[in-house]
Design a protein around this ligand. Sequence first.
Ligand code: GAL
Ligand code: MG
Length: 993
Amino acid sequence: MKKRWENQNLCGIGRREARTSFYRDSQEMISLNGEWRFLYLEAPELSPQGFEKAKTDEAWDTIDVPSVWQLRGYDSMHYTDTEYLFPLDPPYVPTKNPTGIYKKTVYLSKEWTKQDTILRFHGVDSAFDVWVNGQYVGYSKVSRLPSEFDITNYVNEGENDITVRVYKWSDGTYLEDQDMWWLSGIYRDVELINEPKQAIYNCAADGSLDESFKDGIFTADITLKQAEGEGNYILEYNGNKVMQGDFRTDDGTVHLEERIPDVKKWTAETPELYLLTVTAGQHTIQVRIGFRKIEIKDGNFRVNGQVILLNGVNHHDYNPKEGRCVTYEQEKNNIILMKQHNINAVRCSHYPANEYFYDLCDEYGLYVIDEADLECHGFELVKNYQWITDDPAWEQAYVDRSVRMVKRDRNHPSIIMWSMGNESAFGCNFRRAAEEIRKLDPSRMIHYEGDYEAEVTDVYSTMYTRVKRLEEIAESKSKGGKPHILCEYGHAMGNGPGGLKAYQDMFRKFKRLQGGFVWEWYDHGIYAEENGKTYYRYGGDYGDFPTNENFCIDGLLMPDRTPSPGLLEYKQVIAPVEITKVPGKKTEILVKNYYDFRSLDCIVLNWALEEDGMPIQEGTIDTLHTEPHGKEKMTIPVQPFELAENKDYYLRVKACLKEDELFAEAGHIISDVQFLLEIRRDVLTEREKKEKLQIWEERGFLTVENEEITAKFHTVFGKLLSIEKGGRVYLADGPEMTVYRATIDNDMYKKHDWMNKCFIQTGSERTIHFDCKEMEDKVVITIGKYFGCVNQSWGFACEYEYTVFSSGQVRVSIDGKTVQRGKMEPEFLPRIGVCMKASKDLQQTVWYGMGPGESYPDSKAASVMGIYRNTVDGMHTDYVFPQENGHREHVKWFGLSDGNQTMLCKAESALGLNIANYTDESLEKARHPHEIKKSSHVIVHLDRHHSGLGSNSCGEEQLEEYKVKRQDFSMTFTFSIVDAGKEIKEARKQYLD
Ligand code: GAL
Ligand code: MG
């Protein structure tokens, strides 16, 4: 039995030829969004007899359009990265083929029926048939492209019945195996268009530049619906007419060509747009034109003659409640957020977005790689990757996807490359697609990462290439010396990506490397609630199997639109204004302009002289004129000042927008840096001598006490048990060494070795000796310990020295010497530090260190030194999939407070800090945030060393310098109990011994 949806060469029945989308259109439209009657079936063959004719009966449900039916209670949610969900036998799909029949009645007026009626679907997943008033209209597929049907001959004045039958699986599914949820239905807008009998069918307009990039070359190819017609056109800039003319045709086509002297040029930094209005008879359309020229010269792609650098991100359609249904408002917010985070490019991975997405990119200024809806990744798993890619029997299907995309989107100046798809190996069908794209539009570049040899592409594109390999590419002339981009890198799964700076340094250093696109913009978690708590689901949460679980939670933006620390990091790393300090000079800075087209006239520098992170002098410099790609030295006019005691001084410089721009207001921060000024006035004070400390011991418990403090130790277990004052416990369990952190997604390939071979989570300490020495004004307790993990030959010999001062301070010094008496050990350790417990009442935090958000050794560009306050819960970063988070680098002191009293802890040299209401074990165990078991204590980590994050869930490991190797270490920190509000004052004191 031949089925329509199992024939790859049937690209459509009755579907109109693809055409350009217009920015504005005078035609009247009726939106068919909203309620439709709906019948869900397990196979198309189960459709009730005459369904296309009959009115729906009561048994039918209603469904809102656009939507995906899996999120309306039909079928089931399923996520896979690469696997198809059925046996591979192209073009055949399962007999059990979830099917949705949609029906809607629409009233058309007499006026309306005088003109033609076009039914337009902007996106239906994956294939569908259409009937109007019981008559068959046609069939279409390619889930993420529009389909139009002329239904003039099927409609009447009055009520009209529209029936759409949508198939989840079709031959098209073999070409739509992108890494995402499997979702079906009419998921983009649907509308009826009232098209005049004489109308503009197509208008492919282009704005290019002459040789000297001065004058604009405007061309437009207009196709009318009818053969004979006449009309006129106007081109405007900011409401001012730039050119106009008339046309007449007797074959339905019109070619326009004009030169526009001294044109305003479009770039992502200067999104200058002209408005073209074309009128023919009753019909007027508008198209926005951006004048710009893309070319490849001397091994680089250029925009308007300038070699550009793409600081991009990969974009999927995504909404936490609606799956792949997005709205204009949401996409607008996405684009504004991208712009605000210094992103200048976006790749439509791995299918064309809604039409308005490109309007927004044109308007706000983003370079776009538009990608065809094509991926057949599942074939790689069966080692027949080229199965259909290199089979000419599939040529038409491949070409159709590229051609329809180009025809729809070619008017958008933001699009600089056409991508033929993703992860589908290479073969004859891509060669053909490239040819067809070039025929249609030679003005843009062709991209496809799967063309590994860059045989037909204009750019050499790779993904997740390691920094070292990137350098080799940069220095070689491989692949015909074509310019290189990373279409994906910096996998933003969970906590990360770290190490972005290393990539940016490469892009900026080597001309052949023209940037990359972080994978990806959004975490694809699906909204859920449990006991009033919101959380987000991922693969497996619906019982779906096989699945790649939380591999879809890999975005810079969390599902609730919270920018992740990774996004803040990316923003700073790619900031187009780079500010560094001139070596040896205190107040001289070097400003580099990484904009490709804008001079820094658009930037003001807001500077501050900071004392422990608080401004004491401030000023603004608005005399920057640095040319694109240029640099300029500046002296910050810091006035002489008196050094206060025991404070650090920093120079803080923020590059801000001088004026309001479309995406942000004047003052918006583009780049924010801080430099430590190596000037300090250290003043030492003597510790107060208070009442003599008493010591007593009882069955292993040793107490050191006076009015100021009570410190309890265990002589057998060799540890500090608590720090108390006035009968209250502050520290509830003293420091013990640890090398473990709850694994992050980027540790996924190390996790097994770490946890099942080296058992790093099982660290324990054995007591070697315990000594207590009473001195004049203090008690010194030294404890020898051996730290190791289950069945490991490596470990640390640790000396803990506790000094309890009569002033009430308790100083802890730890000295660890590494030991290895075998041959097996982890390549590196997540951390080297100590963990302790504080009283649960101490829920307010204050620290002097990096902040305000989390930071890690290879991800701290967006953090600066300061004194920050938060709560214990507020220290937590709520990753959809729980994992190590909330670390703060370079902490010089911190306090935990109940609002009245604060336990202050001051480090001799800065340490890494984590404070949480849960243990690492419960963090590791939880699969969703609401499952993290609360601890009965506040858990505190102080780290001498903490490993980087890397991006190894898909990409680069932690770079060598961010891997903590087993090594000797030492750390010293002092506790004291102070009145809340006095932390800063006390923390600044430095004592004589
Ligand atoms: C790439 C692929 C993306 C996504 C990513 C991992 O291989 O192109 O679609 O799967 O890996 O998140
Ligand atoms: Mg894939």
